[in-house]
Ligand binder design. Structure first.
Ligand code: NAD
Length: 483
């Protein structure tokens, strides 16, 4: 395939740039695309287009905006296979996964927000004694700056674009420089669907340059960011002189708490998926598994047996459960954590350094590693505290419910957790006490976009999804009318 050249999408047109950066195919380690190295000028151009478009888009009836979003969803669905292949090439994930999860979810994002804005309601309250009625309203914020990561490229980018434009904002989005190609293709669909010029603008480039320019732009009152906690700290500092709305969806160190009475036939396959799908590169992936001691040995044996069966290989093959990690640097970072485990005296029960990884010619230079299970860790091991964001999971026994809750909460992060037990009271009790934004009880990654999504602690601020609580509206305004 010839090298792909990506261009910015501003005011409904593809705009070439003067300088580019390379984008690597993680499965081969070779450059396959060129991405614009945008900066202040490109961001200024895009913000100006979005500001002009806001004047008409924000006052369109919800029904009209809804139709445009539905059209985007239909067109994206009709090009699902083509876009899934681009996404796999960009990120290293298996094509089957992009076809089954990423792109269908991107389609769903547009459909859900297209329809939910039609059913949004306000709060009202009547004051009998004084004869007054109060009601609340919320409006679109303006030009929304959207910054997204590489791990679920279109899934997450569209989870920002769809609600932002559905509620009447216009957007300037900067996808990750490591996975920009599928986002660039999506722009063709925006034009075909009749999105008015300037409503959606995409500017490609690196975070410290294009991203930073967007964050400090005075005419961008809202930044919705998904990415690492360290990046978010920098972003908050840059945005501090402005009074911007900030929505931050950040890292996680997600526990699975498994009680001895759990239905292991469901729990083990789901926990394997929650640990290793997408190469463990989902912010919601399980990376600490706490198992009640009576079930610990049986769980561990089966978990390792099943993990060893997972095929790591060519993302184009349906039989590959896992593809390649995003980059050489990231692969080294993830393997580095396994080394730390070894130095700390932990046991590598399977995977990196223990099982062989035979890769066929053609993908030998790709960024692959085997799913790795680590046990016998020290209580304060870095592997139990820091986000690894790869196919590495730690298994630890516990004795009491209180101990499990304490261990689950003993990290800086608070994104998601799973709890496994057949005791309904315990399920509610433990779920309530774990300090995370989402608890999945006897399941994982079952997402209802009518419910708010986001983190606690260092996993973020603000909420996405759920029109009622989302950050793409202004704060509530109360209007009081004396009758
Ligand atoms: P990252 O923080 O390196 O980059 C995220 C985005 O921010 C990219 O588009 C990047 O170019 C941009 N960026 C980098 N520096 C910037 C700066 N100074 N100013 C403005 N923008 C800047 O994260 P990543 O490596 O792309 O993604 C992995 C991280 O994202 C993990 O920590 C993961 O847990 C997290 N994540 C969280 C969620 C969630 O919903 N909570 C979802 C997916 C990923």
């Amino acid at each position: 395939m010839a090298e792909v050249v990506v261009s910015n999408f501003i005011n409904g047109s593809f705009v070439p740039t003067s300088s580019y950066i390379p984008s690597f195919d993680p499965s081969t380690g070779k450059v396959w695309a060129k991405i614009p190295d945008s900066g202040q000028d490109e961001i200024n151009m895009a913000v100006s287009a979005a500001q002009t478009a806001f004047k008409t888009w924000s006052v369109k009836p919800a029904e009209e905006r809804s139709k445009v979003l539905m059209k985007i969803a239909d067109l994206l669905e009709s090009r699902l296979a083509e876009i899934a292949e681009l996404e796999s090439r960009d990120q290293g994930k298996p094509v089957w996964l992009a076809k089954a999860v990423d792109i269908p979810r991107a389609v769903y994002n547009f459909r859900v927000f297209a329809t939910s804005i039609l059913h949004d309601t306000n709060r009202s309250s009547v004051m009998d004694a004084v004869g007054a009625v109060n009601y609340t309203v919320r409006d679109p914020v303006g030009v929304a700056g959207l910054i997204s990561p590489w791990n679920l490229p279109l899934y997450l980018l569209t989870f920002k674009i769809a609600p932002a434009i559905a509620t009447g904002n216009t957007v300037v989005a900067k996808p990750s420089e490591m996975t920009s190609v599928s986002a660039w293709k999506l722009c063709e669909i925006f034009n075909e669907a009749g999105v008015p010029p300037g409503v959606i603008n995409l500017v490609f480039g690196v975070g410290p340059k294009a991203g930073e320019a967007l964050v400090v732009h005075p005419d961008v009152p809202l930044i919705s960011f998904t990415g690492g906690t360290v990046t978010a700290k920098r972003l908050r500092t840059s945005a501090a002189p402005f009074c911007k709305k900030l929505s931050l969806e950040l890292g996680g160190k997600n526990p699975a708490v498994i009680f001895a009475d759990a239905d292991m036939d469901k729990c083990i396959p789901t926990t394997i998926r929650s640990s290793f799908v997408n190469q463990g590169e989902i912010c919601l992936c399980t990376s600490r598994i706490y198992v009640e001691r009576p079930a610990y040995q049986t769980f561990l044996k089966k978990f390792i047996e099943e993990t060893k069966k997972l095929k790591v290989g060519n993302p184009k093959e349906d039989s590959s459960f896992m593809g390649a990690l995003i980059s050489k640097e990231h692969l080294e970072k993830v393997k580095g954590y396994v080394k730390i485990g070894v130095e700390e005296g932990a046991t590598i029960s399977c995977g990196e350094g223990v099982d062989t990884l035979d890769l066929p010619a053609g993908i030998k230079d790709g960024y692959f590693m085997r799913p790795t299970v680590i046990t016998d860790l020290k209580e304060n091991s870095r592997l139990l505290k820091e986000e690894i964001f790869g196919p590495v999971t730690c298994v630890v026994p516990f004795d009491t419910e209180e101990e499990a809750i304490m261990k689950a909460n003993d990290v800086q992060y608070g994104l998601a957790a799973t709890v496994w037990t057949q005791d309904v009271s315990r399920l509610h009790r433990v779920s309530r006490k774990i300090q995370v934004g989402t608890v999945w009880a006897n399941c994982w990654l079952v997402r209802d976009l009518n419910m708010p999504f986001g983190g606690m602690k260092d996993s973020g601020i603000g909420r996405e999804g759920c029109v009622e609580s989302m950050d793409f509206y202004t704060e509530q305004k109360t209007i009081c009318i004396k009758l």
